[in-house]
Design a protein around this ligand. Sequence first.
Ligand code: NCD
Ligand code: ZN
Ligand code: ZN
Length: 346
Amino acid sequence: MSATELTLTRPDDWHLHVRDGALLAAVLPDTARRFARAIIMPNLKPPVATVAQARAYRERILAALPEGADFQPLMTLYLTEATTPDDIAEARESGFVHAVKYYPAGATTNAASGVTDLSRVYPVLEAMQRHGLPLLMHGEVTDSAVDMFDREPVFVERHLTPLRNDFPDLRMVLEHITTREAAQFVQDAPAHVGATMTPQHLLMNRNAIFVGGLRPHHYCLPVLKRETHRQALMAAATSGDPSFFLGTDSAPHPRHAKESACGCAGIYSAHAGIEFYAEAFEAADALDRLEGFASFHGADFYGLPRNTDTITLKRESWTVPEEVDFGGVPGVPLRAGDTVAWRLTD
Ligand code: NCD
Ligand code: ZN
Ligand code: ZN
């Protein structure tokens, strides 16, 4: 297929970091222009761990929206060892908290308040299973003896498989999957187990971290994997399986925090958050599968109505700026200084 124009039901982003303060105001318009809704990650400092904190954060996001924007933030709670079954009941009641996020302690950006051992939160998981509230997972072990590139498959084997046995009805999403093993796990699991996929893991393999020198703007967690894994992810994303859906994991960090002796993990992609997926699906000759992945599967999984308006992309290349404003400090967007093949029309 060589379409030159593509109209889709407006998509949603099921995994997004918008941060807070000036950075929030700087990045939110990119998402609101493309997506109707987004699952907002709770890894602020301090974390968004209570319904009261989620309510206040939601208000700050709504206040930061550009005039006339029609965008709904879908809030999540950060699971800590202090989270209680009552918090879960309150989250369910709230109507604006849609999931709970599990970070293994220390696994990624602002994961210090995460969970050290899943057995410590079993009463909370039991409440989530009962209330039908999904558990979103950063699925990597933090065991320093495990090779960086194996941390996701080892998580699947060591933690996810036992968790599935202990909580067979718990709704779960394995976030930002990067390996054949993770895709296989989700394919084999029932419909209430899903996965999100980022543009970087569909478009790039780990060579992208080292082209001609060290590329800190291609560093995220879980780290990019080898080409065979990228191909397995592409096959899953374009298969039409409703367990797989769009989650950009757009994760802004200022330029100075990325270009550092100890650079932060996270890639900013919201400025072309749907366009990148169009490139990936086009390369697999699967543009006809993009709408399901981007606009239907996630809404269906979360039990939310599908959007009714549309967006249109044109096959027209444009150049991503070298640098964008991250609220008074510069940030480097994915594909900076290079071209994107699809353009969003207004
Ligand atoms: C995310 C961030 O910066 O908040 N970083 C990343 O590399 N993906 C955290 C996360 O999603 O793990
Ligand atoms: Zn993560
Ligand atoms: Zn993330």
